[in-house]
Design a protein around this ligand. Structure first.
Ligand code: HEM
Ligand code: HEM
Length: 184
């Protein structure tokens, strides 16, 4: 699956990963910026986002090669190696997620689950009207948006460094070399 064809194109993200990603982006953005009233629609969109993440976690064990956690799980050793090679100006190439991107991916999905849980708790009698919980929920939302901005910026910057259009790959599933020097 990750052997480049004669044009240097390599299929990395299966359809599930791509639909998951852009659906999650839509859910998070609409709940944070548009439908942030905590009413029924907000709750359903939030549960949808959490459901997408649960499905993604399952897919991380049974999905295609680069969708699997075993392919990209950011162990400390992988992270150190990645940062070392970035700092030395000779980036190491990963067909799937690089270790730093993988760490960010895990933080993003954890925050979506944390929003689902704190959102659900607000609907329970036991926590009804609890201000600390509302504030925690809102804080998770703000941290998620902050990290998502960093994540998108990193995707743009890494695309330039590696000479590969990473955002295009999350749409088409295929990573395409733009420079002859780009490796996978
Ligand atoms: C993608 C997931 C979610 C995001 C990004 C998100 C984000 C937000 C934001 C930004 C607010 C406004 C906070 C404020 O201005 O006071 C809010 C409020 C609220 N959310 Fe969520 N939320 C998510 C999921 C959920 C879920 C799954 C539920 C419940 C099932 C939920 C229940 C609520 C409630 C009840 C409020 C109103 C809190 C208040 O009265 O201040 N949210 N959410
Ligand atoms: C709320 C906003 C966002 C969330 C929660 C989010 C979450 C994620 C997650 C969980 C992944 C891992 C995909 C997987 O393996 O299933 C991912 C990958 C990716 N995301 Fe996002 N994302 C967001 C916004 C964006 C935006 C705005 C862009 C583009 C500008 C973007 C570009 C990418 C790219 C290019 C990858 C693949 C990175 C790689 O090649 O390793 N994301 N994102």
């Amino acid at each position: 699956m990750s052997t480049p064809d004669s044009n240097g194109a390599v299929r990395v993200w299966d359809r599930f990963v791509r639909v998951f990603h852009w659906s999650l982006v839509l859910c998070v953005f609409s709940n944070y910026f548009i439908i942030d009233d905590g009413e029924t629609l907000h709750q359903w969109i939030g549960y949808l986002a959490s459901g997408l993440v649960v499905a993604r976690i399952v897919w991380g064990f049974v999905g295609s090669r680069h969708a699997r956690f075993s392919d990209f799980f950011p162990t400390p050793a992988r992270l150190r190696q990645h940062l070392r090679s970035l700092l030395s100006g000779q980036p190491d190439y990963h067909p799937g997620h690089n270790p730093a991107g993988a760490l960010m991916m895990l933080m993003l999905i954890a925050l979506v689950l944390a929003l689902g849980i704190t959102g659900f708790m607000q609907t329970l009698d036991a926590f009804w009207g609890e201000e600390w919980l509302q504030e925690l929920h809102e804080a998770f939302g703000s941290i998620l948006i902050g990290l998502a901005v960093l994540h998108a910026a990193a995707a743009i910057i890494m695309s330039r460094i590696e000479g590969i259009n990473l955002i295009g790959a999350m749409i088409s599933g295929v990573k395409t070399r733009h420079r002859k020097t780009a490796r996978y």
